[in-house]
Design a protein around this ligand. Structure first.
Ligand code: ADP
Ligand code: ZN
Length: 721
C-alpha cells in the first residue's frame, strides 16, 4: 500500500483531501504542494489530519509538486484551525488568507548580469569605452541596466558579449529590506516611559505568551515605548509584526520606524502591487524580513520565527473583518501569540472595554502612561451648546467656534475641524415633492459628493450623477442638501476665512499615497491653517502645530440605539481632541453638541476617563454583554425580503432549547439592505461559561436547507449589538 497525505486546499471546505505521495517525494505537514482537483491544479498545504481511510488507494490522485518554500509551521497551522473553529468558518477559507501570494512559493529568480571578462576588445570605440568604464569597478551590473548606464545602444553591449569581453553571471536578487538596527536611535525615556519599556523588554526576554496593554494618553509616547519591545525582539533574532488599523497610517509609520531603526520595515496590505506582496510573503517565510507593518491580514503571514505582535490603536473597529472569514484581528493576534508562545502588545489611548476588563481581571498586564511626553499639555476641552450658541441658518459652525478659529489662525496656530462624514451632505431632498435620493441596492441615503458632482452610496459604491431637477416631480432648483458633510464644512470655512490655507482630508479625496504624504507634510510644516477632515485625521497622526480642534457634531455617533455607540463616540472624541497641543503650548478642543450633559460628552469635557470606563463596564456587566457575556450574530440574507425573513424565522424555531442561551430576533440587520440583499439578524447571547461555538454548530447542523439566493453568515463578537 502506497503512502498518502492530507492536503488542505484554499477553498470553501473544512476538511483536507487525501492524495497519494509519489515515489521519491518526502512530505511533512506544512509543506506547500500543487495537487490536481477535478480538471484544475491547485496549491495547498499538507495538513496534520489523519488521512481518510475510506477512500480506496487506487482511486486517489497524486501530489504533483512540492514547492521550494519554507513549510507553514505548526503554530500557524494550529492558528488556521483555531480561527476556523472560533469563527465557524471553513478551514480552507482561513488557509486562503495565508496563501495570499501564490507566486512567492518558488525562490525569486536570480538576475542576469554582466561583468568584465578580462579580455580586451578587438577595437575600442568611444561607445565601447563607455561600457568598459561603466563596468571598470569590477562589480557585475544587471544586464538590463548596462546599455542605459553607459548611454549606448544594446547592440554595442551585445557585440562585446559575443567577443567574450563581457561575461554573463547571475546575481542574487537584491534584498527586499535592510535589517532594522535595534539601537540605531534610541530615545531617552522619561521615568514613566522607562518603566513601561523595561516591562515590555522583560516580556520579550521571557519569550513566552503574555499580553500587555499600553494604556497611555495621546502623545505619551506609546509608540516609542513599544519600539523598545520591537528592538528587543530584533536583538533576539526574531521577527516582529506591527498591526495598524488603516493603510493611511502606515505612510507616517514607515518614516518614523526608519528614524528609529535606520531602515524601513516591510509593508503588507491589500493595496500593494502583487509583485511586492510576493516578495514580502517570501521574505517573511524565509526570515529575511525581520519587521513587518501591516493591516489586519498581515496576521496570516507565514512568519518563520515570529517573536512579537503589536496591535496599535487596538480599540479600532477597522480590525474587524466583516466579510468572508469574519474575525477581529486584535483578538486573533492574542490567539496567535498564545499558540506561538510569544508576547502580544496592545496599545491605545482609549482601550476597548474588552481589553480594559481583561486587564482589570488580570489576564492582561496594564501599563499606564498618564502624562504627555515633554510636559506637553492635553487640550482644554469645552462643549459648545448648540441650543444656545446656534449656527446661522444653513451654516454649521457656532459663532464661538468661528471666533476660536479666527483667534487661532491670527496667532499662527493651526485649527482642525472634524466631522465624521464624507461628502457634502448625507441626504438630498426635493423641496417640492419630498423625494429623497436613496440607494437602489441598500437601505441608505445617497451621499452628495459635490466635489465630484455625484451621489454615492457609501455601502455598495452605487454612483449616480447629481441631477439639476427632481427626477420625480421635475421641479427645477428644488433639490436641497440636508445636513453637513466634510465638504460642506470646508465650503463654509472657505466663505468665512477666504485668506486661510485650507486642506480637506477625507479618504475618498486622497489621491494616493504620494498626495497623502504631501498633505501630511504640508500640515506638519505649517503650510496649512485650517484642516477639515473625517476620521482619517482622528487616528494616530502627529500634527505638532495644532492649537484648536473643533468637533462639528459630537453627537453624531450617539444617535444609534446600539450600546456600543457610547464606547465608539468616547474613543473617537478622545482621539480627535487628543490631536491638539502635542508640541506644548496651550490648546483647546471645542465640541459642538445638543446634549452637553450626555455622560460621554461630559466625560470627555471633564477629562474623567475613569468615570466613563467604570460606568460603561458596569452597564455591560448588568446586561451580560461582552466581555461579561458572549454574543454572536447570525445574518440571513437573500435577494428578496420575504425569503430572508422566512428563513430567519424558520431558523429561529429550530434553535436548541438551552437554558442560559438566549436567541433574539430576527430583526433587521444593522444594514437592512446591502448590495441588493435583504438582511435579517438573530442575536445569540450566552454567559461566558457556555460553549457558544458548540451551540451554534449543533444548531446550524440541523438548520433547514439553504437554497437559492439565501446565505447564512455567522458573526462572532459582532461590532454592534
Ligand atoms: P503616542 O503614541 O502615545 O501618541 P508617540 O509615541 O507618538 O505617542 O509620542 C508623541 C511624540 O513625542 C512623538 O513625536 C514622539 O516622537 C515624541 N516622544 C515621545 N517620547 C519621546 C522620548 N522619550 N524622546 C523623544 N521623543 C519622544
Ligand atoms: Zn448601496
Amino acid at each position: 500500500m502506497g503512502r498518502t497525505v492530507s492536503v488542505l486546499l484554499p477553498l470553501a471546505v473544512d476538511g483536507p483531501y487525501t492524495y497519494k505521495v509519489p515515489a521519491g517525494l518526502d512530505l511533512a505537514p506544512g509543506d506547500i504542494v500543487r495537487v490536481p482537483l477535478g480538471p484544475r491544479e491547485m496549491i495547498g498545504a499538507v495538513w496534520d489530519d489523519p488521512v481518510d481511510p475510506s477512500v480506496g488507494h487506487n482511486r486517489l490522485r497524486a501530489v504533483l509538486h512540492r514547492y521550494d518554500s519554507p513549510p507553514l509551521d505548526a503554530s500557524l497551522r494550529r492558528f488556521v484551525d483555531w480561527v476556523a473553529n472560533y469563527t465557524l468558518s471553513q478551514r480552507g477559507m482561513v488557509l486562503r488568507m495565508v496563501l495570499r501570494a501564490p507566486d512567492a512559493l518558488e525562490p525569486p529568480r536570480a538576475v542576469p548580469a554582466l561583468r568584465l571578462a578580462g579580455k580586451a576588445p578587438d577595437r575600442v570605440t568611444t561607445a565601447r569605452q563607455r561600457v568598459l568604464d561603466a563596468l571598470a569597478g569590477g562589480e557585475p551590473m544587471p544586464k538590463s541596466a548596462v546599455a542605459g548606464f553607459a548611454a549606448v545602444s544594446s547592440s554595442v553591449v551585445n557585440g562585446l558579449v559575443e567577443q567574450g569581453v563581457l561575461e554573463a553571471v547571475m546575481l542574487p536578487p537584491p534584498p527586499l529590506t535592510l535589517p532594522p538596527e535595534p539601537d540605531h536611535a534610541r530615545p531617552t525615556f522619561d521615568p514613566g516611559q522607562a518603566d513601561a519599556a523595561a516591562l515590555l523588554r522583560a516580556s520579550v526576554d521571557e519569550a513566552a505568551f503574555s499580553v500587555s496593554l499600553i494604556d497611555g494618553v495621546t502623545g505619551s509616547g506609546k509608540t516609542e515605548v513599544y519600539f523598545e519591545a520591537l528592538a528587543e525582539t530584533l536583538r533576539m533574532g526574531k521577527q516582529a509584526l506591527v498591526l495598524l488599523p488603516e493603510i493611511a497610517l502606515t505612510v507616517d509609520f514607515l518614516d518614523r520606524f526608519a528614524r528609529r531603526f535606520g531602515h524601513r520595515p516591510a509593508e503588507w496590505h491589500s493595496e500593494m502591487p502583487a509583485r511586492l506582496r510576493e516578495r514580502v510573503w517570501r521574505g517573511v517565510a524565509t526570515g529575511e524580513v525581520q519587521a513587518v507593518v501591516g493591516a489586519r491580514s498581515a496576521l496570516f503571514l507565514p512568519f518563520r520565527k515570529l517573536g512579537l505582535v503589536v496591535v496599535d490603536e487596538e480599540h479600532d473597529t477597522a480590525y474587524k473583518q466583516e466579510e468572508g472569514v469574519i474575525y477581529n484581528a486584535r483578538d486573533m493576534a492574542v490567539v496567535r501569540g498564545h499558540l506561538g508562545g510569544f508576547p502580544v502588545v496592545l496599545a491605545s489611548a482609549t482601550p476597548s472595554i474588552e481589553s480594559r476588563v481583561n486587564a482589570d481581571q488580570g489576564r492582561y498586564r496594564r501599563i499606564v502612561l498618564s502624562v504627555r511626553y515633554a510636559a506637553a499639555k492635553l487640550p482644554e476641552i469645552q462643549p459648545i451648546d448648540l441650543r444656545v450658541d446656534a449656527p446661522e441658518r444653513g451654516q454649521f459652525l457656532a459663532p464661538s467656534l468661528v471666533a476660536a478659529i479666527g483667534e487661532t489662525i491670527a496667532n499662527k496656530g493651526q485649527a482642525l475641524l472634524f466631522l465624521n462624514r464624507r461628502g457634502y451632505a448625507p441626504l438630498t431632498l426635493c423641496r417640492t415633492c419630498g423625494h429623497r435620493f436613496q440607494c437602489p441596492n441598500c437601505s441608505t441615503w445617497l451621499v452628495d459628493h459635490r466635489f465630484r458632482g455625484q451621489l454615492v452610496c457609501h455601502h455598495c459604491g452605487h454612483t449616480e450623477h447629481r441631477p439639476d431637477q427632481c427626477p420625480v416631480c421635475d421641479a427645477e432648483d428644488s433639490l436641497v442638501a440636508c445636513g453637513p458633510g466634510v465638504e460642506r464644512v470646508a465650503e463654509e470655512v472657505a466663505n468665512r476665512f477666504p485668506e486661510a490655507r485650507r486642506i480637506v482630508l477625507s479618504s475618498d479625496l486622497l489621491g494616493g499615497v504620494k498626495k497623502m504624504r504631501e498633505e501630511f507634510d504640508a500640515i506638519r510644516n505649517g503650510a496649512a491653517d485650517i484642516i477639515i477632515g473625517t476620521q482619517l485625521v482622528a487616528k494616530g497622526h502627529n500634527f505638532p502645530l495644532l492649537a484648536l480642534v473643533g468637533v462639528v457634531d459630537a453627537d453624531l455617533g450617539l444617535a444609534h440605539g446600539d450600546p456600543r455607540a457610547a464606547e465608539r463616540t468616547f474613543q473617537l472624541l478622545a482621539q480627535v481632541t487628543g490631536r491638539a497641543g502635542r508640541a506644548g503650548g496651550e490648546s483647546r478642543a471645542l465640541l459642538q453638541t445638543y446634549a452637553p450633559e450626555h455622560p460621554v460628552i461630559a466625560a470627555i469635557a471633564s477629562g474623567d476617563r475613569e468615570a466613563f470606563y467604570a460606568r460603561e463596564i458596569e452597564a455591560r456587566r448588568l446586561a451580560v454583554l461582552p466581555p461579561f457575556g458572549r454574543l454572536a450574530g447570525i445574518i440571513v440574507s437573500a435577494a428578496d425580503r420575504a425569503t430572508s425573513y422566512g428563513y430567519a424565522m424558520a431558523l429561529r424555531r429550530t434553535a436548541p432549547e438551552s437554558g442560559p442561551v438566549m436567541v433574539l430576533g430576527p430583526s433587521e440587520a444593522p444594514l437592512a439592505v446591502l448590495r441588493g440583499r435583504h438582511r435579517f439578524r438573530l442575536l445569540v447571547q450566552a454567559p461566558r461559561a457556555v460553549d457558544l461555538q458548540g451551540f451554534l454548530r449543533d444548531w446550524l447542523a440541523e438548520a433547514p436547507a439553504v437554497r437559492g439566493s439565501l446565505r447564512v453568515q455567522v458573526d462572532i463578537d459582532p461590532q454592534s449589538f
